[in-house]
Design a protein around this ligand. Structure first.
Ligand SMILES: *[C@@H]1O[C@H](CO)[C@@H](O)[C@H](O)[C@H]1NC(C)=O
Ligand SMILES: *[C@@H]1O[C@H](CO)[C@@H](O)[C@H](O)[C@H]1NC(C)=O
Ligand SMILES: *[C@@H]1O[C@H](CO)[C@@H](O)[C@H](O)[C@H]1NC(C)=O
Ligand SMILES: *[C@@H]1O[C@H](CO)[C@@H](O)[C@H](O)[C@H]1NC(C)=O
Length: 319
């Protein structure tokens, strides 16, 4: 679910945008198209189920080879979500704070256990059921004392293939059962893969030429790593989905099996004026030429996707 189908959505959005574009380009000013698209109300319905709120601990499994630099980039992103010490604005935490506007108040993310599995303990080709067993390994006490205030996060390295990865998803989130009869308590998990060698045109856009659609030059990634900066975008997408639609009855639009969620409903939008092939107006670092729109702990820069805002019913961008 979740970010799943993200590039199908992109294609869908492409069609959505290009229809009015073609018919109107003949008779009206081109920017009319953007005005029209922005005015379409986007509503994610709340299906009245529980969301993840309060203090949520993120237990993390690094599956496969990640360099220390790659790990610190992602950890800095995760620690920035609920930090008050960003050095710069707009901050990653102001982006994450939009999740507070979803029913039930604040969700603070704390990084919990980290496990490095660089021996590929279940091989280099994973299935969804492997995600569930890897996820359980993150929290061995789970069966005896189930803690539902957690997300089990699995990050797979560039040389790991995952069922459906690069076909219809760049990452996903879901739940697995635990507790005395194995299924009475649901625990959220999320997964994101490094797409750099497998499908950067699908999962690391706008840092790589897009596989489909209008071709625009790629942006320079803020942490100088196409795969990892792409993972941050997908991680932002699945985490926002996991906390606002953890059990398939939170906020989403469309069918529950292929929902458009907090960030996946806003696919392809990073700054104002975005349209298919163009990420929108974001900041560029003078020294490196890197594109970014958010600053986190230790001055770290990131490019984060727009998130749907329940108060204004729009995809909110940071800059
Ligand atoms: C979350 O953790 C902080 C710091 O440990 C604590 O002050 C706060 O009361 C906790 N909030 C909830 C809702 O448990
Ligand atoms: C995010 O929300 C928290 C709690 O409401 C607040 O303390 C913090 O200042 C907010 N951060 C930003 C950057 O707005
Ligand atoms: C992009 O944003 C900057 C800063 O907000 C602004 O000065 C600039 O005019 C914008 N550019 C475009 C093309 O909208
Ligand atoms: C970037 O460079 C432009 C022109 O060279 C300058 O006006 C601007 O202040 C610089 N921005 C930063 C953040 O250094």
């Amino acid at each position: 679910m979740a970010l799943s189908r993200s590039f199908f959505i992109l294609i869908f959005v492409l069609c959505l945008y290009s229809l009015p574009n073609i018919s109107q380009a003949l008779s009206r000013a081109p920017n009319r198209m953007l005005a029209l698209v922005q005015n379409q109300p986007l509503v994610l319905q709340y299906h009245k189920g529980p969301l993840l709120k309060g203090n949520i601990t993120l237990h993390l499994l690094w599956y496969g080879a990640f360099t220390p630099t790659q790990r610190s980039t992602i950890i800095d992103f995760l620690e920035s979500l609920s930090s008050t010490s960003a050095r710069g604005s707009p901050s990653v935490s102001s982006w994450w704070n939009t999740t507070e506007r979803y029913s039930g108040g604040r969700c603070s993310i704390v990084v919990g256990n980290q496990i490095l599995d660089d021996t590929y303990s279940v091989g280099k080709s994973l299935k969804t059921k492997d995600m569930v067993s890897l996820s359980l390994a993150l929290n061995p006490k789970l069966n005896s004392s189930p803690d539902t205030q957690v997300v089990h996060l699995i990050l797979t390295a560039a040389d790991v293939t995952v069922e459906e990865f690069c076909r219809n998803q760049c990452g996903t989130h879901g739940t697995h059962g635990t507790g005395n009869n194995k299924n009475n308590i649901k625990i959220a998990y999320a997964w994101v893969g490094n797409s750099v060698t497998q499908c950067p045109g699908l999962c690391a856009w706008p840092f790589h030429q897009p596989l489909y659609g209008p071709q625009t030059p790629p942006l320079v990634p803020p942490n100088a790593d196409v795969g990892i900066d792409g993972m941050v975008i997908n991680l932002a997408t699945v985490l926002a989905g996991a906390v606002t639609n953890p059990f398939e009855d939170g906020y989403y639009q469309g069918p529950p099996s292929a929902p458009l969620e907090a960030v996946s409903a806003c696919t392809g939008i990073f700054g104002k004026g975005a349209y298919p092939g163009y990420a929108g107006n974001v900041s560029v670092d003078n020294a490196t030429g890197a594109s970014y729109n958010a600053v986190g702990v230790r001055g770290r820069k990131f490019l984060l996707p727009a998130m749907w805002d329940p108060l204004s019913s729009t995809c909110m961008t940071l800059v």
